[in-house]
Design a protein around this ligand. Sequence first.
Ligand code: PDD
Length: 297
Amino acid sequence: MPRFAYVNGRFVRHADAAVHIEDRGYQFADGIYEVWSVMGGRLGDAPGHFARLERSLGELRIAAPMSLAALKVVLAETVRRNRLREGLIYLQITRGVAPRDHPFPDPPPLPAIVITAKAVDPAVGEARAAAGIAVITVPESRWARCDIKTIALLPNVLAKQAAREAGAAEAWFVDDLGLVTEGGSSNAWIVDSEGKLRTRDIQANILRGVTRATLLALAADCGLAVEERPFSVAEARSAREAFITGAGALVMPVTRIDGHLVGGGVPGAVAQRLRRLYIDQARSSFDEAGSSPAKPR
Ligand code: PDD
């Protein structure tokens, strides 16, 4: 079945989709993105991703290319045209096309928007979650605005490539104080030696993960002791459990950090329980996207 992408107002075959050579995303990484999991044909954990999308655009002073209502219709149509049941939706918005010059073009061009869909076999994620993944640690090397979900991801690319070359699935950035900030494409968590669930606070220079926020609320509802407090690499290595969260990973147990076994090298009970709870919650908290029969405006 052919895949379809949404590119600046039109659905086109994925293989034929193209953007202009002077798109500022291409030249300056002047844009933002958002990723939703798709579960049962619906956007998982949708409202948090829409809120962050709006915030990222606001922080970079990029105009929204359409209303939120229209965007939801287009996202639903992307899911529908790709017959996507389980997978990911990627959305990217850049400042638009203009002759190359660093400051914002004046007058502002129309923002450029691309949406793509990708099918993912949920069995692959389940198998990885049953085995646990390895992570490596790398020095924090990113800019000071990691709270904005920008497409400028070169440090993340290099960190994740280093992870791959080390046989690991994720790289955790570690700041000058030896504290873990987050992963290359996920937030980092541990169940510490006292049994407390810990993840870095959002005053730190990290992305405010939507999965992270939902999971914090779920964990609190379950009566788990939760602390938004940094942890060191040493604490992570001696933790009872470790795991990562993100729209791609959902909740994924970590069983190895820099080659050292965590939790005896098997996925922890807390991480596994939270994974189930998260998936159930994400499946039920869908927005209208993914199910709307409405036509795009
Ligand atoms: N990444 N931290 C970073 C640096 C990320 O890139 C991501 C998500 C997260 C988790 O955020 P959320 O729970 O909202 O997905 C944390 C996406 C999935 C990506 O880049 O593909």
